[in-house]
Design a protein around this ligand. Structure first.
Ligand code: UD1
Length: 418
């Protein structure tokens, strides 16, 4: 078991490169199976979830070669359509294999997914959507059995704009004869990235980024060489870290395009955030004002994946803040840990009320999920004294050596082995 040991209270200054988006990489890697060709994916950050996804592809028969941060996947040799429980319990994104397996083999057998501990994460929208494409689905003995031998293109209206369900349906329908339309689709930038990837290998997908996506079936695919977008959640985490610690940080080659909701809030509370040709720069001199209310929403609303980090910022801002979590019912686990560090927070159902205190103090805390763990790192960096964060494997699922990035900016944070 590894932990972080932080000596807090230092300003952050300097510049950082930002990795490719985990939430783009995971569906794109699953999508490599569709074509039966060679796929080169560049700037691959080896998050632990990404490593599991590559293991799944290998287990299905793909040949995976890694050269630095480039991954080459030859899916022509894939022959299985079973994703075993040993993989799915480690990575929720294994559910992304349903669409590509159906597209390639017209069959899929995938064990129920595990993943981040943030409450009930059903997959009913994936299942209902695939049924609209005439896939026969049975759920038994912990496995989802999909028979797509009579699959047909068609219309799917999602009850909620689920990111994963939208991506699965895009990938499932890419090779179906005719046109498939997905209504009330999720609009996240990672969905646009998946569309661009599919089209680069010969697909015909239109409309991603809007709430209606149209997929025209194709049968011929080509080799593809693709670089996913930067990780807007990592960008947001580093912006909030600077807002908490003070200082001046530039995130190289990043744009504000996908981070509007956060940047607007940061500016409202007194941070300076500017975009230039070389990147996105945040500068913070004094303690910030509270953001009166933050409510998580599907994109382009405020992202749930940045809620815990911004909640940590509110604990040391001037004033009171109300945070409402609309997507995941268990995304306030960080609050108990922040209270150990001196925060004043009251949680009721999906609402947290945070009264800002002048500073947090170092304590022994535990990461209970990915983004909550990131929030604790930020709290520890800004706190007075020493903080130990246990169970940091959660954080490694979405941040590549977060401690090295913060050390580059002048923080004192070490990874300790137990
Ligand atoms: C993706 C992101 C995750 C982010 C989330 C919301 C990836 C790999 N992960 O997760 O980081 O937190 O979007 O922005 O891209 N739901 C159902 N039934 C379903 C599917 C979802 O009820 O079949 C509900 C979920 O419980 C949740 C909401 O819909 O309340 C959003 O889930 P969804 O958009 O599907 O998120 P993921 O794709 O799992």
């Amino acid at each position: 078991m590894e932990s972080f040991y932080i000596n807090g209270g230092r300003e952050l200054n300097g510049s950082l490169d930002i990795v490719s988006a985990k939430n783009s990489l995971l569906p794109i890697l699953a999508g490599c199976l569709i074509s039966g060709k060679h796929v080169i994916v560049r700037r691959v950050a080896m998050f632990s979830d990404v490593k599991y996804m590559l293991k799944i592809l290998e287990d299905l028969g793909c040949i995976v070669t890694t050269q630095g941060d480039t991954v080459i996947i030859d899916s022509s040799t894939a022959e299985k359509y079973l994703v075993k429980e040993e993989f799915t319990k480690k990575v929720r994104s294994s559910i992304f294999m349903l669409g590509p397996l159906l597209s390639r083999f017209r069959r899929a057998k995938v064990a129920y997914p595990g993943g981040c501990n943030i409450g009930n994460r059903p997959i009913d929208l994936h299942i209902k959507g695939l049924e609209c494409l005439n896939v026969k689905i049975e759920e038994k003995h912990g496995y989802i059995y999909c028979d797509g031998r009579n699959m047909k293109s068609g219309e799917v209206h999602l009850d909620f704009p689920s990111v994963g369900a939208t991506e699965n349906l895009m990938m499932a329908s890419v090779g179906l004869k005719g046109t498939t339309t997905i209504y009330n689709a999720a609009r996240e930038p990672e969905i646009v990235d998946l569309q661009n990837f599919i089209n680069a290998m010969g697909g015909k997908v239109y409309g991603a980024g809007s709430s209606t996506i149209v997929v025209e079936g194709v049968t011929l695919f080509t080799d593809v060489d693709y670089e996913p977008i930067r990780d807007r959640i990592v960008i947001g985490t580093y912006l909030v870290a600077t807002a908490m610690c003070g200082g001046k940080v530039k995130l190289l080659d990043c744009k504000r395009e996908h981070s509007h909701a956060l940047i607007t809030k940061l500016k409202q509370c007194g941070a300076s955030v500017k975009e230039s040709r070389s990147g996105l720069e945040i500068s913070v001199k004094n303690r910030l004002k509270s953001i009166p209310n933050i409510e998580t929403q599907p994109y382009p609303g405020f992202p749930t994946d940045l809620q815990n980090q911004v909640l940590a910022l509110q604990t040391i801002s001037r004033g009171t803040s109300i945070v409402v979590e609309n997507l995941y019912e268990s995304r306030f686990k960080i609050c108990n840990e922040l209270v150990k560090m001196g925060a004043d927070i009251m949680v009721k159902d999906r609402t947290a009320i945070i009264k800002g205190v002048p500073k947090l103090y170092g304590a022994n805390v535990v990461a209970t999920d990915l983004r909550g763990g990131a929030g604790l790192v930020l709290a520890g960096l800004s706190a007075e004294g020493y903080t130990t964060i246990e169970d940091i494997y959660h954080i490694d699922r979405g941040y590549l050596s977060i401690e090295e990035d913060f050390c580059k900016l002048g923080a004192e944070i070490k990874r300790l082995q137990d």
